[in-house]
Design a protein around this ligand. Structure first.
Ligand code: NAP
Length: 269
């Protein structure tokens, strides 16, 4: 009986480490794929969700509300920095605070390096890196001011990639942008750790989403990719949710500037 009580107490302590009740999370690119997987996982842990993206995230918001949390849509085209401050202002007006920022919105353009266009360079760098930095800046300012006033914490999670560590092929601007995301994550962690804001990244492996539809459809590339994944399968957006809850929660309070690979073992090969 005593053992059961102790076990129950330990379970409660373990669960509270991952509890996000009362927290507000702004998730970009939340209508589909990894963004949806993360938003639903954060809501499952108790967070309210501001779902931002260029298309309304109705399906995600429905799932969040189904979990008993508040979920609202914020339509914002994050291909230009001009969208950042109006988005942050709108989320603060609706929710009053932002405790967690997940910079997930991103695009990819594929072409041989010899043919790669400036348009494809700029489009990817603007959305994946420039807007990501200025969203970190805007939300970081809010978090730092709030923490100075009332204590608490701020958690920023940037979505990196295997190409934060590797070169990839036929995706020069994507590789440059995701390598940049890794560097910025560490820089911001260095500047903001002492102010109570944690900045970390998740590097997903090969996850079955719109972003990787071309690779999944290419029989040869699909086989090559599958052969290298020790887990023996493509990842599912829900596979990223646990890492996001960890990095958003008190369980990771001493984790700073880390890039957490969730890749079925890809990098271990
Ligand atoms: P996805 O299904 O294509 O999702 C991308 C999300 O970003 C969508 O919600 C998309 O909105 C949004 N987005 C794109 N451009 C935007 C813009 N200008 N303004 C606002 N939102 C915009 O792909 P995903 O795989 O889930 O990708 C999510 C993130 O994970 C990206 O940063 C990607 O680079 C990264 N990632 C993916 C993989 C993978 O294997 N899938 C691996 C490593 C990293 P729309 O639906 O309206 O276009």
């Amino acid at each position: 009986m005593l053992n059961q009580v102790r076990h129950g107490e330990r379970m409660r302590q373990a669960m509270s480490l991952f509890d996000l009740t009362g927290k507000v999370a702004l998730v970009t690119g939340a209508n589909t794929g990894i963004g949806q997987g993360i938003a639903v996982a954060l809501a499952g842990a108790g967070a309210d969700i501001a779902a931002a993206g260029r298309s309304p995230a109705d399906g995600t918001v429905d799932k969040v509300r189904g979990l008993g949390r508040k979920g609202e849509n914020f339509v914002a085209d994050l291909s230009s920095v001009g969208a950042v401050q109006p988005l942050v202002d709108a989320v603060l007006a609706e929710f009053g605070r932002i405790d967690i920022l997940v910079n997930n919105a991103g695009i990819i353009r594929r072409a041989d390096a010899v043919d790669f266009t400036e348009e494809d360079w700029d489009a990817v760098m603007d959305t994946n890196l420039k807007t990501l930095f200025f969203l970190c800046q805007s939300v970081g300012r809010h978090m730092i001011a709030r923490i100075e006033k009332e204590g608490g914490s701020g958690k920023i999670i940037n979505i990196a990639s295997m190409l934060t560590f590797q070169g990839g092929i036929r995706v020069p601007s994507y590789t440059a942008s995701k390598s940049g995301v890794g560097g910025l994550t560490k820089l911001l962690a260095n500047e903001w750790a002492a102010k109570g804001v944690q900045v970390n990244a998740i590097a997903p492996g090969y996850i079955a989403t719109n972003n990787t539809a071309a690779l999944q459809a290419d029989e040869t590339r699909n086989r090559q990719i599958m052969e290298r994944i020790p887990a023996g399968r493509w990842g599912d957006p829900a596979d990223i949710g646990g890492a996001a809850v960890f990095l958003a929660s008190p369980a990771s309070d001493y984790v700073q500037g880390h890039i957490l690979a969730v890749d079925g073992g890809w990098l271990a090969r």
